[in-house]
Design a protein around this ligand. Structure first.
Ligand code: COA
Length: 162
């Protein structure tokens, strides 16, 4: 059975951090120690951890980083990952649906950067592609008001300097 939870960083427990870092290590080849240091230095207290469990095992994770740019609050969609053993079974989609629900519930827009090959995947879950590119990566957004989209296209480099 799949269960989800979301936690602000100030509420996260050491046990949660440990399982998040172990999951991240499958894809990003940093030592646990350096990941922990990065975590402590870069994850802010109101950033949101979205966690997906199967039988109490953490199998999916997304970090939604709360930032304010040009007076607009944003959630930067980051570190989206599914445990290797559980990929290509639809769990990534399940987690993304949950992430989208949290983004909507917070009434905030969200942005992400991804490879071209991932664009259609995100599109199928309601994300939109911006015309802007950042270091060859595609910029996509969700739950963003039309009036703010222009601002994003023009100022995207500042926007993603997080
Ligand atoms: C991306 C990821 C979360 C998807 O999880 P998943 O459980 O395999 O996702 P699903 O089973 O719901 O969906 C798989 C779909 O994603 C597509 N997909 C997965 N990884 C992809 C990639 N790197 N490039 C293009 N498409 C990809 C598959 O082709 C499949 O498409 P289909 O449904 O049309 O067949 C998972 O592959 C992962 O953790 N990757 C490593 C971390 C990563 O790259 N994160 C994204 C950063 S932008």
């Amino acid at each position: 059975m799949i269960t989800f939870k979301n936690l602000n960083n100030f509420k996260v427990k050491k046990k949660d951090i440990k399982s998040i870092l172990h999951l991240k290590k499958q894809n990003w080849k940093y030592t646990l120690k350096s990941q922990y240091k990065y975590f402590q230095e870069n994850v802010k207290s109101n950033d949101i951890h979205c966690l997906m469990y199967i039988k109490e095992k953490l199998v999916g994770y997304t970090l939604l980083r709360l930032r304010k740019i040009f007076n607009i609050k944003f959630l930067i969609f980051d570190t989206y990952i599914i445990d290797k053993k559980f990929r290509l079974k639809g769990y990534g989609g399940e987690l993304l649906r949950y992430d989208n629900k949290i983004i909507k519930k917070k009434k905030l827009p969200s942005i992400l950067l991804c490879k071209k090959s991932m664009v259609n995947f995100y599109k199928s879950y309601g994300w939109l592609l911006s015309n802007s590119k950042v270091k060859k990566k595609k910029l996509m957004y969700y739950n963003l008001k039309k009036k703010d989209r222009v601002l994003i296209s023009k100022k995207y480099t500042k926007l993603i300097s997080f």
